[in-house]
Design a protein around this ligand. Structure first.
Ligand code: IVH
Length: 667
């Protein structure tokens, strides 16, 4: 095929495939068979292979997921993502309505009511009809640029159908309940940890560094609003939704009403029927329909005055406690758990509930055999709310809290002022060791993919590891002796172990599992101490003066480093080549032209790709941002830079090219 012909055919194919994607994923009304669809896709791929330079970001071939990233870039939202005030019942809704009537000085107010989808907020930026960036909410001001993953979400158009020149669309990315069940089934088979709910699974999927993984997760998006549009002048929220629908998004059918009674009724109805929907919702959102009224009312610091979220009451059920068992966690905390007669609640079967600690059981007088009210409050593990006293038969048994660890037999101890009993043998208790390694390998810690609880148990049982540092000394032959461990999984595991040696100091500190040292404190510590050694040598007094570190945390940290076996453990990590920070690195970061500066990349650079340039900036102590604002210090611009460059010029921001950039790094 001649190139000219290829260009034409490619464009036709793109449009045709986009049309069928929409018919299938948005309108649920496929017009062709899977086979016919595959044929179109194949033809498109063949042309793109023959003419790679014709490949564009809006090609449906991008939906399968491109190259894996090392990290996400941060992206400053053009308009901050606000959150909603909550209403906990219809009284709150009526109060909201009354306030609106007062503020607007009239009684007749038209509202739109929508589902509050329990997924992840996403902002989608389109320019000239083409998807440019997909960004997570983050802290509302700055999010993560997850564009490559967003492209894999089949009902998000890569190109708008109504060619609006500029559009920022906002919505929720979620995982349909059916797909969630399938993923967990598969994870269980692979011995991987299960996702607690649809939202966690969606969050885990959209924050995957490898878009190919995301592409397999069947994420969907429902778009509920637009922040910025050029080429249309909607006057109401429902007109915005209609425009979004026209543009090719999946939207919600708005329920429009000026009758607060009808609105309350509608909310209560969906509270009772939410399990009939194919996705999770955690409430309803009530918005004023007129955009002019919205503007009159305006926003508070964090929430708009013109909308409110009606939160569903937590769902409760009654069932019987069959037995009470205890679990030993990473820090040795012994948590009592009730095994329940299975009961269907909030869309799933519940057979366990947490009892928190000994005092909780005593205060609520919970006995084995009791009927109890259990509640799922949005979160994962249901809890016991109360005992149904009327159902007591007299045969219920009081629970005697164990005095020794059920796993290793060591005595349990309870520190004054703490609710939990802990196993006293933190050194060798198998439960603590296992949980500690699971934490070490987890995503926010060392992020060792392929090392889930099942594999860790296998490695421990086979005596191949005693602690997490031993992981770095595993040989492929040893791995191959494990059941269900093939060549490929062994290679993958060794690769992710090798990659984990480059985790940041903050991530390693967090991975150690020091009590009270979460991700945040770990980051603060890594900023304060350039190396693990420096942290290790810090005394209580050095630590307690740090803002985020109080006496308890300082004590916990010094206690950790006071143990010889922890020092030996760190030594072993260092010998394996795990990066534990370096003074030189810190020095370097503090003295460059980019220290503390914000840099925006745009266009194609002659030699560096985006990832390399970002890494260099960050190594030099700078921050990479996705959008230009007054706070930007430099714009690093390459060939065919677009609107970011123009904006930078308007704002008078220093613009540098690659050559200057590299020179500045050297200086
Ligand atoms: S409107 C100004 N509509 O709920 C706030 N939000 O606290 C605009 N959400 O994380 C939000 N469904 O992503 C709106 N139909 C809906 C929604 C919805 C879910 C999420 C939103 C945000 C949170 C608001």
């Amino acid at each position: 095929m001649e190139e000219q012909q290829a260009v034409k055919r490619l464009e036709a194919l793109k449009q045709e495939i986009a049309h069928h994607d929409r018919m299938y994923y948005v309108l649920d009304h496929p017009e062709i068979s899977d086979y016919q669809y595959d044929q179109l896709m194949r033809e498109l791929l063949a042309i793109e292979e023959a003419y790679p330079h014709l490949l564009t970001a809006d090609s449906p071939s991008q939906r399968v997921g491109g190259e894996a990233l090392k990290q996400f870039e941060s992206y400053t939202h053009r308009n901050p993502l606000l959150s909603l005030m909550n209403a906990y019942g219809t009284d709150d809704l009526r109060e909201f309505h009354q306030r609106i009537c007062n503020d607007l000085g009239r009684e007749e107010i038209e509202y739109v009511v929508e589902y509050k989808i329990d997924g992840l907020s996403i902002a989608l930026y389109y320019e000239n009809g083409v998807l440019q960036n997909g960004v997570t909410r983050g802290d509302g001001v700055t999010g993560e640029d997850v564009t490559a993953n967003v492209r894999t979400v089949k009902n998000i158009p890569l190109r708008l159908q109504n060619n609006l020149p500029v559009l920022e669309a906002r919505g929720e990315v979620y995982l349909p309940k059916a797909s969630f069940a399938k993923i967990n089934e598969q994870r269980e088979k692979n011995g991987e940890s299960l996702f607690a709910n649809c939202r966690n699974a969606a969050a885990g999927s959209i924050r995957q560094l490898d878009p190919k993984v995301t592409a397999q997760r069947d994420l969907r998006a429902i778009i509920y609003t637009m922040m910025h549009v050029e080429g249309a002048e909607p006057a109401t929220h429902s007109q915005c939704v209609a425009l979004l629908k026209e543009a090719g998004f999946t939207t919600m059918e708005p329920f429009i009403s000026s009758d607060i009674d009808a609105i309350c009724e509608y909310c209560v109805y969906w509270g009772e029927h939410r399990h009939d929907l194919p996705f999770d919702i955690d409430g309803m959102v009530i918005k004023i329909n007129s955009l002019a009224d919205q503007e009159t009312l305006g926003n508070r610091a964090k929430n708009p005055r013109w909308a409110i979220a009606y939160k569903f009451p937590p769902e409760q059920g009654i069932t019987r406690i069959e037995e009470i068992v205890v679990q030993v966690g990473r820090t040795g905390a012994v948590t009592p758990v009730a095994n329940l007669e299975p009961v269907f609640l909030a869309g799933s079967t519940i057979s366990r509930a947490t009892l928190h600690n000994e005092d909780f059981i005593r205060e609520k007088d919970i006995r084995i055999g009791d009927y109890v009210v259990i509640q799922k409050a949005g979160e994962v593990i249901p809890e016991v709310v109360s005992v149904v006293q009327e159902k007591r038969a007299g045969t219920e048994q009081e629970y005697v809290f164990p005095q020794v660890c059920p796993v290793c037999g060591a005595p349990l101890i309870r520190v004054e002022g703490e609710a939990a009993w802990r196993c006293s043998d933190s050194m060798t208790c198998p439960a603590q060791v296992r949980e500690g390694i699971i934490h070490f390998a987890s995503r926010d810690a060392m992020n060792i993919e392929g090392l889930g609880p099942a594999v860790i148990t296998q490695l421990l049982d086979a005596g191949l590891i005693q602690n997490a540092a031993d992981l770095y000394y595993l040989q492929k032959e040893q791995l191959l002796t494990l059941e269900r461990m093939g060549e490929k999984s062994a290679d993958n595991l060794l690769n992710s172990l090798a990659a984990s040696k480059q985790r940041t100091l903050a991530q390693v500190i967090y991975a150690l599992g020091i009590r009270l040292v979460g991700q945040n404190v770990a980051k603060v510590l890594a900023r304060r101490f350039p190396t693990m050694e420096a942290l290790q040598n810090a005394g209580y007094d050095d630590l307690v003066v740090i803002d985020e570190v109080g006496p308890k945390i300082a004590e916990s940290i010094t206690a950790y480093f006071g143990q010889q076996r922890h020092i030996a453990f760190l030594q072993k990590l260092a010998e394996a080549g795990v990066s534990l920070g370096s003074a030189e690195q810190e020095q370097k970061q503090q003295n460059t032209a980019f220290t503390g500066k914000t840099v925006v990349l745009t266009g194609t650079l002659p030699t560096l790709d985006r990832r390399e340039a970002s890494a260099l900036i960050e190594q030099a102590g700078g921050k990479v941002s996705g959008s230009v604002s007054k706070k930007t210090d430099f714009v690093l611009a390459g060939e065919s830079a677009g609107s970011k460059l123009t904006k930078a010029q308007d704002l008078g921001i220093t613009i540098i090219d690659e050559e200057t950039f590299l020179q500045m790094l050297k200086d």
